[in-house]
Design a protein around this ligand. Structure first.
Ligand code: FE2
Length: 333
C-alpha cells in the first residue's frame, strides 16, 4: 500500500533544459523560515459562492492576508537563488499557451534550496492550519515551486485575470514591495463565474482587462518575505503591470489536499498544453498517484451488498480524472 499521507516524491532526474545550481546554502527551517499567522482570513461564501458551488472543495477557505513566511536571511538567500535561475528561466516564446511574461516553473529541479523550502513539513503544516485542511507540496514539480519575474516589456500585465490550475498556492513577495510602482496583486471580490462573465471569457484563459474598481481587492504585502495563501482554483486574480521598470520577483509554491484520495482540483487537462519540459509525465504521475489512492480506499470499502450501479459509479469516480487525462493525451504529439 502506498503512502498517500505524504507528498509524492519528486521524480528522479530533471529535464535537460533545467540547469542545477551549485554552491547553494542548505535550507534550514529554523534559520530561513519565520512563519507568522495571517491577520485576516476570507471564506468562499464571503465571495458569494453557494454551498452547491463549493461542493467539490475540501475547504471553504478562500484567501488570507499576507503573513511573514521567510526570515530576513531566508529572503536574502532565496532572492540570490532566484536571480541565478533568471538566466535559466522557461522559454515561452512561440508556444502561445503561456499567460505569464517571464517565469521559472519547476524551480525545484534547479535549486535544492527551493525544493527543500517547498517540501518543508513546517510550511505545509502552517498552511494546513490556515486553510483548515491538510495540505502537502504539489506532486507536479512544474507548479510545486514556481518563480514569476517581471516581464521585460512593462506595458504587459505581470499576470492577467485568471484562476489557477491547482487548488492551493502561496504568492510570496521576494522583492521589496515598498520600491514597486504598480505590480499589485489583485483579487476579484466575487465568484470566478461572475468575474469571467464580466470579462466575457471561459475556462482558465487569462484576460488583460479592467473589472469594476469597487469589486477589486488589492492584497497588501508589508515587506519582502511575506506571502498569502489562496484557493487558487476558486479565486479570480491577477498581478498588475508595473508602472516603472523594477525588479519584482514572486514565488508561487503550490499545494494539494492530502491524503491523496481527497477531492483534487488540479486541472491536469489544462496543464497538459503547457510548454514546460516534462509536464506530461509529471501530470501522469500525479493522476496515477491520486487514482491509486482512490482505488485503494474503494478496495477497502466495497461491500458484498453493493449493487452493480453502485460498483460502477464508485469505480468510475475513482478512475474518472485519470481516464479523462489519458483520453486527452491521445491526440498530442
Ligand atoms: Fe494565479
Amino acid at each position: 500500500m502506498g503512502n498517500f499521507r505524504q507528498p509524492l516524491p519528486f521524480p528522479p532526474g530533471r529535464p535537460a533544459e533545467y540547469l542545477p545550481l551549485d554552491n547553494e546554502p542548505k535550507f534550514n527551517p529554523s534559520l530561513h523560515l519565520a512563519l507568522e499567522a495571517p491577520s485576516s482570513i476570507m471564506s468562499l461564501d464571503q465571495l458569494g459562492y453557494s454551498a452547491d458551488e463549493m461542493r467539490d472543495c475540501e475547504s471553504s477557505f478562500a484567501y488570507c492576508s499576507a503573513f511573514r513566511i521567510l526570515s530576513v536571511e531566508g529572503v536574502a538567500v532565496m532572492t540570490e537563488i532566484c536571480d541565478r535561475i533568471y538566466h535559466n528561466r522557461n522559454t515561452s516564446a512561440g508556444t502561445g499557451a503561456n499567460r505569464l511574461g517571464s517565469y521559472a516553473r519547476g524551480a525545484g529541479y534547479r535549486s535544492q534550496f527551493i525544493r527543500d523550502f517547498c517540501d518543508s513539513p513546517e510550511l505545509a503544516q502552517h498552511l494546513s492550519e490556515i486553510a483548515q485542511v491538510q495540505l502537502g507540496r504539489h506532486s507536479v514539480p512544474a507548479v510545486a515551486c514556481g518563480i514569476n519575474y517581471a516581464p521585460d516589456d512593462i506595458t504587459k500585465a505581470i499576470d492577467t485575470w485568471h484562476v489557477d490550475s491547482v487548488a492551493f498556492d502561496i504568492v510570496m513577495m521576494l522583492s521589496d514591495p515598498k520600491t514597486l510602482k504598480g505590480g499589485e496583486f489583485q483579487i476579484f471580490n466575487g465568484t470566478k463565474h461572475e468575474g469571467r462573465q464580466l470579462l466575457g471569457i471561459v475556462g482558465e484563459e487569462g484576460k488583460d482587462a479592467q473589472l469594476p474598481d469597487e469589486r477589486i481587492i488589492t492584497v497588501p504585502f508589508p515587506d519582502s518575505g511575506f506571502g498569502f495563501l489562496q484557493q487558487g482554483t476558486m479565486i479570480f486574480h491577477r498581478a498588475c503591470r508595473l508602472l516603472e521598470r523594477a525588479k519584482r520577483i514572486t514565488m508561487i509554491p503550490s499545494f494539494e489536499v492530502i491524503p491523496a484520495d481527497a477531492r483534487d482540483a488540479t486541472n491536469s487537462i489544462n496543464m497538459t498544453d503547457w510548454a514546460d519540459p516534462g509536464i506530461r509525465p509529471e501530470l501522469a504521475r500525479h493522476e496515477i498517484w491520486r487514482a491509486t489512492a482512490r482505488l485503494e480506499t474503494l478496495l477497502d470499502n466495497i461491500s458484498l451488498e453493493d449493487n452493480p450501479q453502485k460498483l460502477s459509479d464508485d469505480i468510475n469516480l475513482a478512475l474518472g480524472s485519470l481516464v479523462a487525462f489519458t483520453n486527452n493525451l491521445k491526440d498530442k504529439h
